[in-house]
Design a protein around this ligand. Structure first.
Ligand code: GTR
Length: 416
């Protein structure tokens, strides 16, 4: 258990009983700009953007098992505690996938082996999920480098619509920089989250819920984010069959709501060997207990379809949540994990994301004793890594940009 307190005027954190000490902020450590704090605070007066107003809180210990025994080695984590933590997230946050039987099939509907000036092969793949009564198609777009050997891949959960992921490459977007990734030897895969479930509250009557849900919804039934994450796993099912892909080296990533989803996809599906959360914020990488920027009550009210019903019990009641998001990050161990934030995106709590990552390290250390990160928040535009974890805060606002991707690829060069 750790009590975390915040002292001011500087962005300083002291873990009273903890293992890290963020109180020694150096001059160039990142801290939120006063102008951004002021502007955001004026825009939404009910939201806290001031570090000095973050309440003291106690984080649950990821290594403390339900039976009161502390996990001390990788085997205990993998065999016992990991499953407990995963269940806590299913029960209280994202919800459970129904056990309905289904079949799936893959169809390459289009193939062009002269894409990107002949450097890549483009495949458009339909992944069809069927039950006796209904079916749903996930449209996967995949570029693989024409290297003649299986390539590592990035699978993007696209929450911004196909406009960012144009397979013809007439429209290019930094959100999905295919050309740059291909040049570095990476395959690029993407699917649109709305193929799985529309991003609106529709009483779960559409998307994969309409195909797989049966009976009345329960308090732990899956929400929309879990449906999107499940879709990432179905894309992985296909990638495992594609000989142009090295399926042992597939990264899943997403931005914002897609970043929350990527974390949950990586928690549920160990086939993803790298998980990247870009500005995932509340219910992603950022600690709920800090109540900084977006909070549980805000997110559950604005997006009533994203999580399971049980999650609402923790609105304005974060201290009773049996997990916090450092435990979600810990579920990625011993695979690789990268958390990225943006300077002006205080809604997504960059500091809370770094503290969360720091507090997931005890899990990574069971596997890699060198899993340490700087004790202070790193300076702007300065990626840091320790063991299998990485982190950066990019200048500018809420977005997924080439600059982020380049740092992800640098990290993937070393760890994927
Ligand atoms: C916001 C939401 C965030 C984040 C973001 C996004 O409205 O409050 O949690 O998910 O949308 O996805 O861009």
């Amino acid at each position: 258990m750790k009590i975390i307190r915040h002292y001011f005027p500087a962005v300083m954190f002291t873990l009273l009983l903890g293992i890290i000490n963020l109180s020694a902020q150096t001059n160039n450590s990142w801290r939120a700009s006063e102008a951004v704090i002021e502007k955001l605070s004026k825009d939404r007066t009910s939201i806290n953007y001031h570090e000095e107003k973050v309440p003291a809180y106690v984080l649950p210990d990821p290594l403390m098992s339900a039976n009161g025994k502390k996990v001390s080695n990788a085997g205990q984590w993998t065999e016992e505690r990991r499953q407990e933590v995963l269940e806590l997230f299913r029960e209280n946050v994202f919800g459970r996938v129904p056990s309905t039987a289904y079949t799936k099939s893959f169809k390459i509907v289009s193939k062009d082996d002269k894409a990107i000036g002949g450097l890549a092969t483009l495949k458009l793949v339909d992944i069809t999920i069927s039950t006796a009564e209904k079916s749903l198609v996930i449209h996967l777009t995949l570029f693989t480098p024409n290297t003649g050997k299986p390539s590592p891949a990035f699978l993007l959960i696209d929450n911004r619509g196909p406009v960012n992921t144009d397979p013809t490459r007439q429209k290019k977007s930094q959100f999905w920089p295919v050309e740059e990734a291909i040049a570095r030897g990476y395959a690029m895969a993407v699917f649109y989250n709305a193929d799985l479930d529309p991003d609106k509250f529709d009483n779960f009557e559409n998307g994969i819920h309409a195909v797989l849900d049966n009976g009345t919804r329960k308090n732990d039934s899956w929400g929309t984010l879990a449906a999107w994450a499940w879709g990432a796993s179905r894309c992985m099912d296909y990638l495992e069959t594609d000989t142009d892909i090295d399926s042992k080296r597939v990264a899943v990533l997403g931005h914002s709501r897609g970043g929350k989803t990527a974390l949950w996809a990586g928690a549920e599906d160990k086939r993803f060997s790298l998980v990247i959360s870009n500005e995932s914020g509340c219910s992603g990488a950022a600690l709920a207990r800090r109540r900084f920027g977006e909070t549980l009550s805000v997110i559950n009210t604005a997006f009533p379809h994203w999580f399971c019903l049980n999650y609402r019990k923790y609105n304005d009641n974060e201290d009773n949540l049996p997990v916090d998001m450092h435990m979600l990050l810990g579920l990625i161990a011993p695979r690789s994990l990268y958390v990225a934030c943006a300077d002006e995106d205080l809604w997504g709590d960059p500091a809370g994301s770094y503290i969360s990552l720091q507090n997931s390290l005890p899990v990574f250390r069971l596997f890699y004793p060198d899993s340490t990160l700087p004790p202070v928040i790193p300076p702007l535009n300065t990626p840091v890594s320790g063991g299998r974890t990485g982190f950066h805060i990019r200048d500018g606002g809420h977005n997924l940009l080439l600059k982020d991707w380049n740092w992800f690829m640098d990290f993937a060069d070393r760890h994927l």
